[in-house]
Design a protein. Structure first.
Length: 431
C-alpha cells in the first residue's frame, strides 16, 4: 500500500500522484481497449502526459461508458485474477459490473481500517454493522476492517430496528455503522418505546459511522442529540469502492481523501472546466491504484468542494466538503439510490400503455423516507387508489425486487399528475 501522504507538502503529494498517474495510463493503454482507443483518437501516448494540464486533455469517463462495456469490457486484468464482482447500475438503470483483485480488496480494507482509526476506533470497541449486504456490498469492508484493527464485530444486517436496539444494549456496542436513514429509524423506534421522550440512551454507544448517502446537518443534530453519540460520515463511489475513498475525522471539518489512491478534480458541471480552488463543482475521480477496474477522470455526479488547507485535527492533505447536491436525477430512498429514468423503464416494460408518471418523495430530516408513484395511462383507464388488481401487484413486486425497497403505486388521470420540480418526474414532499 502506498504511504499515507498527510505529512507531505502539496507539491510532494502532486508529484507522487503524477508518477502514479503515468503508471496507470500505461496499464490502461496496454490492458483496456476502451482507453487505448481514446488515446489513439487523441494522438496521445501515456508518456505524453507529463503534467496535470496535459491530463485534462483526456476525456471524462461516464456512467454510460461503464454500462456500454458491460460486463467485463473495462477490466484491466484477466478474469481469473478477479476474486470479487460487484453489480451496480448506470443512471438509466443498465447494469454495471465492478471487479476486484485480491490486492484491490486488501487495499480497500486497509483504507477502511484507516478511517476507523482516525475516528478513534480501537481493539476495545464493539462495532455493530447494520447494513443490508445485498444492497450495499461495501458493508463487508466495514466487517473485515473492524476485524483487522482488532475490534469486536457484531454484524446485524436485515435485523429490525427493535432488534438492533436490543443488540446495541446487550452486546454493549460502542460503534454503529449504518445508513443515515436507518439510524433515524432506530432513533424513532427508541423514542416510540419511550413514549416520545428524548433522553440519553443508556448504552455504551459513542460513535455513529454513516454512509453511503450524505448526512444532512439536521440529521446529524437529531442523531447526536437523540443517541448521545458522535456522528461522522464516509464517502464512497459505488463504481469504485464504498466506503474508503474519504471519511471524516473527529474534528468534523471535511472528508479526508486517500490521495495516494485517488486523484480528485473539481470541474464545472456543464463546461467540464476546472473551477477555482475552494469553489463548488462536480467531483471527478481517477483511481490511481485499482488493478482490476481502473477508472480515468470518472464523473461522480456529486457536487462538492475540495479543500487543501490543513485540518483542525492537525492532518494535512486534501478534504472533500459535504456533498451539496447531484448533477443528475439520482434519488435516495432509505439510503438506496435510484433514478426516475430507471423507474420509468420498469413501469413501461410492464405496461406499455403508461404515458407518464410522477415520483413523490416523502422526506424526513432531509432524507428520502418513502416513495409514492403516480401513473397515468395513455388510454385514460384509471383504477382506485386501493386497487389490488394483478397489474398493480405486479408493478409493486417488480419495483421492490429491482429497486430494493417498496413503493406505493396509484393509477390516476394524466391531468391529476402534479407538476415536477427541478428533478425530472419528481416532487419532494416535506412534513
Amino acid at each position: 500500500m502506498a504511504p499515507n501522504r498527510d505529512g507531505e507538502s502539496r507539491d510532494q503529494v502532486r508529484l507522487g500522484q503524477l508518477e502514479q498517474l503515468q503508471m496507470l495510463l500505461n496499464r490502461a493503454y496496454l490492458n483496456v481497449d476502451f482507453y487505448r482507443r481514446r488515446m489513439d483518437r487523441l494522438g496521445l501516448q501515456p508518456e505524453d502526459i507529463a503534467t496535470f494540464e496535459d491530463f485534462r486533455r483526456f476525456p471524462f469517463t461516464t456512467s454510460g461508458d461503464l454500462a456500454a462495456h458491460y460486463p467485463y469490457g473495462l477490466f484491466a486484468v484477466p478474469l481469473k485474477s478477479v476474486v470479487r464482482l460487484k453489480i451496480t447500475h448506470s443512471r438509466d438503470g443498465s447494469p454495471v459490473v465492478v471487479g476486484f483483485t485480491r490486492r484491490d480488496i486488501q487495499l480497500w480494507q486497509n483504507l477502511m481500517a484507516r478511517l476507523y482509526t482516525q475516528l478513534g476506533v480501537t481493539d476495545r470497541d464493539i462495532v455493530q454493522v447494520a447494513y443490508n449486504y445485498s444492497l450495499f456490498p461495501g458493508a463487508f469492508t466495514f466487517n473485515h476492517a473492524a476485524e483487522q484493527i482488532g475490534a469486536t464485530l457484531a454484524p446485524s444486517a436485515m435485523t429490525s430496528a427493535t432488534l438492533q436496539l436490543k443488540i446495541m444494549q446487550d452486546f454493549r456496542s460502542t460503534v454503529l455503522a449504518t445508513t443515515p436513514s436507518f439510524a433515524v429509524h432506530i432513533l424513532s423506534t427508541l423514542k416510540a418505546a419511550r413514549n416520545g421522550r428524548i433522553g440519553q440512551v443508556k448504552s455504551d454507544l459513542r460513535l455513529l459511522l454513516l454512509g453511503p448517502e450524505p448526512v444532512p446537518d439536521e440529521t446529524r443534530k437529531l442523531l447526536h442529540d437523540g443517541l448521545q453519540a458522535e456522528v461522522h460520515g464516509l464517502y464512497g463511489v459505488s463504481e469504485m469502492i464504498e466506503p474508503g475513498i474519504a471519511g471524516e475525522c473527529r474534528a468534523g471539518s471535511g472528508y479526508h481523501l486517500a490521495e495516494e489512491h485517488f486523484l480528485a478534480e473539481i470541474v464545472h458541471p456543464v463546461s467540464g472546466q476546472p473551477v477555482p480552488a475552494g469553489q463548488e463543482g462536480e467531483l471527478v475521480i481517477t483511481t490511481l491504484a485499482a488493478e482490476a477496474y481502473p477508472l480515468i477522470r470518472y464523473r461522480t455526479g456529486d457536487v462538492t468542494v475540495l479543500r487543501e488547507t490543513p485540518c483542525a485535527c492537525g492532518r494535512g492533505g486534501a478534504r472533500l466538503g459535504e456533498i451539496l447536491r447531484r448533477t443528475d436525477d439520482r434519488l435516495s430512498i432509505r439510503g438506496i439510490p435510484c433514478y426516475p429514468a430507471q423507474i420509468g423503464n420498469i413501469l413501461r416494460g410492464l405496461d406499455p400503455s403508461i404515458s407518464d408518471f410522477r415520483l413523490l418523495v416523502h422526506r424526513r430530516f432531509g432524507l428520502g423516507d418513502h416513495l409514492d408513484i403516480l401513473v397515468a395511462r395513455a388510454d385514460g383507464r384509471r383504477l382506485a387508489a386501493d386497487s389490488r388488481g394483478a397489474d398493480l401487484d405486479q408493478m409493486r413486486s417488480t419495483l421492490r425486487r429491482v429497486l430494493g425497497f417498496g413503493a406505493r403505486l396509484q393509477i390516476v388521470a394524466a391531468a391529476d399528475l402534479p407538476a415536477p420540480g427541478l428533478i425530472e418526474k419528481t416532487v419532494f414532499l416535506d412534513p
